[in-house]
Write a protein that binds this ligand. Structure first.
Ligand code: ATP
Ligand code: MG
Length: 520
């Protein structure tokens, strides 16, 4: 989506010899695509892309006006409120028997966090009693003037995003929320730039003068003369005649900007307690991490609770300090999975359905939510006074579209060893080293290295040591995704290299036919 908006803007700004302006039309659809072998020759050579999704994108592109981006319904559901859209209604397009939903993109919406954009309905907090109690305790200390840092870590979808914080902070306070983004890891102070723009309510269409007025309004009056030009420069607002140009070296300007950010935090904390939420620090740019360093020191004697969230791949350097508390969120136990599934469904679910959800989601709350929603949308459940019953036998669930991407991304990050994961997935949730070696046909050092890497990435658990080792996929959904992504060369090696070995596989009877949708 962001690439689409940028392509559109780049093409619009191209100079041409003629009077006409150039414009592009863009169509975006979401779904499974098989990218296969190279076809064509020379400069016309490209990878064959097959599936309904590219066809739909091409048809939607035809519906777009010049300079417009049109999205499919499935894409719209995934992006939540991240973009402002106009509903174009159902459209009849060539090659599709039913009319398809279409939405035109207006602009990027200003939402506070990924979490709010994608989740409009927050279910009641399930479990996490110990974590909530610990947070409440730290909050009490912080509000009493002994600033506290809480490091909240856990894998994707485990529940780091702000429910815990929302629950604990009921007293009047100022809330500062910073959201890191995987698209802006190299953009200096990105979370702070966005948060300041939002706090000042800057609008793109405001003239520079108005933007400066708005910026000054959110700064401590005593420091406006020093800090406003620094923030203006950070937010790329021209200061015109209002302030003399900053004649500082890059290093000086950087140091003063960081100091100004900390000054603002302190000034706010002198008025009211402050809750700082810094989300997804694993994506933070280096300078933002430096602000966190300074924050950890500065708040020791201020009524500030700062909550930094991140995935386990990030190693926070602040552990061990007396005012720093680490909380690692664990997966849900089966009873909690059931409760969450029931909350999402709004009623008790048939035992068979709950059992599948427990088995497939491995206690990751995000998976529980998405899989439960997928079951509800499948129309298989019939409401009854005390709950619901199944209308017919339960077929294997499809991997929800909302998860497909993140699961595939987990594997793609390990591109060089992905094939080993795929071969393992074709064998089953669990496989032995000798069987994998027989099917993969690799030399042992390469195989050892690949397995070690998959283990380190926590995609696989190992018991025993090769040659007697057994491996288990940590997530059933990761195994399914690895299996479903077998295509082309990798596909042949996952499924076709050794019929003898393959006959021993437990997955054989579950192989989907060529045309079926992905199943789990
Ligand atoms: N304790 C809980 N009770 C109810 N729902 C929960 C709980 N924990 C998580 N969820 C739900 O699971 C989903 C995923 O949680 P969340 O977005 O907080 O994950 P995250 O750890 O922040 O993941 P990411 O690293 O991708 O940001 C959310 O929709 C959330 O509502
Ligand atoms: Mg999150």
């Amino acid at each position: 989506m962001r690439a689409g908006l940028e392509i559109e803007a780049a093409v619009r700004s191209l100079e041409t010899r003629g009077k006409e302006r150039l414009a592009v039309r863009i169509g975006i659809a979401t779904g499974l695509v098989v990218v296969g072998d190279l076809v064509g020759e020379g400069s016309a050579q490209e990878q064959a892309v097959v599936g309904e999704t590219p066809n739909l994108a091409a048809r939607l592109q035809v519906l777009a006006e010049p300079g417009q981006i049109v999205l499919a319904g499935a894409t719209r559901r995934l992006i939540g409120d991240l973009f402002r859209l106009t509903d174009l209604g159902r459209q009849t397009v060539k090659g599709f028997s039913e009319p398809v939903e279409a939405f035109a993109v207006e602009a990027v919406a200003v939402t506070e966090s990924r979490f709010e954009a994608a989740h409009r309905r927050i279910t009641d907090l399930v479990g996490r009693a110990a974590e909530s109690a610990l947070l409440r305790d730290r909050l009490r200390e912080a509000w009493a003037g002994a600033g506290q840092i809480v490091l909240l870590s856990g894998e994707a979808g485990i529940g780091k995003s702000p429910q815990l914080a929302a629950e604990v902070a009921s007293e009047p306070h100022t809330r500062l929320r910073y959201q890191c983004s995987p698209y802006h890891r190299d953009s200096v102070l990105h979370p702070f730039v966005v948060a300041l723009g939002r706090a000042a309510r800057l609008a793109v269409e405001d003239p520079a003068e108005t933007q400066l007025d708005k910026l000054e309004a959110i700064l401590a009056p005593a420091r406006i003369a020093e800090n406003a030009p620094l923030f203006a420069s950070l937010l790329s607002i021209p200061t015109g005649e209002r302030y003399p140009p900053l004649s500082l070296s890059a290093a000086q300007q950087r140091r003063l900007t960081l100091a100004a950010l900390l000054d603002r935090l302190e000034a706010l904390a002198r008025q009211k307690p402050v809750l700082v939420l810094f989300e997804d620090a694993h994506w933070a740019d280096a300078t933002s991490l430096e602000v966190l360093d300074l924050t950890v020191e500065r708040i020791r004697a201020l009524p500030v609770l700062a909550l930094f969230t991140f995935r386990p791949e990030y190693e926070a350097p602040w552990t061990g300090l007396s005012h720093v508390t680490s909380i690692a969120l664990d997966r849900f136990a089966p009873a909690e999975i059931e409760t969450l599934a029931e909350h999402v469904a709004g009623r008790p679910l048939p035992l068979e359905v709950t059992a599948q959800i427990v088995a497939k989601t491995d206690g990751v709350p995000l998976f529980v939510e998405e899989l439960t929603k997928a079951v509800l949308e499948s129309g298989l459940l019939v409401a009854e006074p005390q709950g619901s019953r199944l209308d017919g036998p339960l077929p294997p669930f499809a991997i929800p579209a909302t998860l497909q991407d993140s699961l595939t991304a987990r594997l793609d990050r390990l591109a060089p060893v992905k094939e080993i994961a795929q071969i393992g997935a074709a064998i089953g949730r669990e496989f032995s080293y000798p069987l994998l070696r027989a099917v993969a046909g690799r030399d042992e050092p390469a195989l050892h290295a690949a397995l070690a890497q998959l283990e380190e990435a926590e995609l696989l658990f190992r018991s025993g040591a090769p040659p007697d080792a057994r491996y288990t996929f940590k997530h059933a959904l990761v195994q399914d995704t690895a299996y479903e992504t077998c295509s082309g060369a990798a596909g042949r090696s996952c499924t076709g290299r050794s019929p003898m070995s393959y006959a021993a596989s437990s997955r054989r009877s579950r192989r989907p036919s060529r045309n079926s949708s992905p199943t789990i």
